[in-house]
Design a protein around this ligand. Sequence first.
Ligand code: DO4
Ligand code: MG
Length: 300
Amino acid sequence: MKIIKYKEEDGSLQLAAVTEKEEIFPLPYEDFLTIIEKAENQGMTCLDLVEQAIADSHMLPYALDELTLTLPLHAGEVWAAGVTYLKSKKARNYEAYEGNEEVADSYYDKVYDAERPEIFFKSTGSRTVGPEDPVYLRNDSNWQIPEPELGLILNSNGRIVGYTVGNDMSSRDIEGENPLYLPQAKIWKGSCSFGPAIRLAETVEDPYDLTITCEIFREDEKVFEESANTSQLKRKYHELVEYLQRDNDLFSGTVLFTGTCIIPPNEFTLQKGDRIEITIPEVGTLRNPVHELVVKKATV
Ligand code: DO4
Ligand code: MG
C-alpha cells in the first residue's frame, strides 16, 4: 500500500491510497502527516487507519500515471545519514584527498567504522521539493551530484511508518575543500527532494533488499545509470533512528535519508536542464528537472 498526493483539475490537492493492484482511493486527510499522528494517537498502524478509510471511499477511475503527483508529506525536518555505504566512503575520500580513495585514517574511514554514525540535518519543509519540482544547482560549486537514497518516514516515537525515495543533492567540491563546510555542501534552496509516494512500512517485505536505480538524462540522452541495493548498507535502520532520537525531540513525519551507494563518475557534474530519475520499484520513480538558482545579491 502506498500513499500519494495528486493535483485535481481545479488545482486542489488530494491525498490517496494506492493498493497493490494499483487501485486508487481518495483519503479524507490533507497530508500523510495527519495519518501518522492519528494512527499514533489511536495506537493503530498507518496501514489499519488507511484500510479503514478505504472502506468508506470509492475507487478513482484513473491510472496512477494519469495523475500529477506532488509531495505526499509535509516533513518539518529531513535528516540524513552519511558514509553508510563503502562507495560513499571512497567517494568522500576522493573529494577530500586529491583523488585518493583509500585513506586509512581519514575522518570518513573513522566514521564508517565507528559505533556512532554520521547524521546531519538536511532540510526544512520549505526547502524540500517533491516529484517533478525543480532541484537547484548552487552557483558557487562546480561539482554537484544527486545522492539517491532510501528515506525512512518516522513517527514521534522513532517508529518507521513508511519508506520513500530521496535525493540528497550534494556539492562535492565544497565538502571536499573542508568537511566543516558540510551544511553548505548539503543545504540550499531545492537541495532535497523525496517522493513520489510513501510505501507503508507494513507492506514492505524486506527493507534490506530494495534496489535503487538512478538515471540522469541530458537533452534526451541518458548520461548516467547505476543501481545499488539496500543490502549493501553498513548500518541497520533502527541504529540510525536510535542515534537521531538521542536527547532529541523527534517530530511526527520526520524523514531520515539513509545514505548513498550510487555516485556518478568523478568527472561528472550536474548541469542545468538535466533530468534526474531515481527509482525504488516498491515506491515509484522520483523525477526532478535540474535548474539554476537566480542569485540574489546580499543586502547590508
Ligand atoms: O559525509 C558526508 C555526507 C555523506 C552522504 O551524504 C552520504 O553518504 O550519503
Ligand atoms: Mg547523502
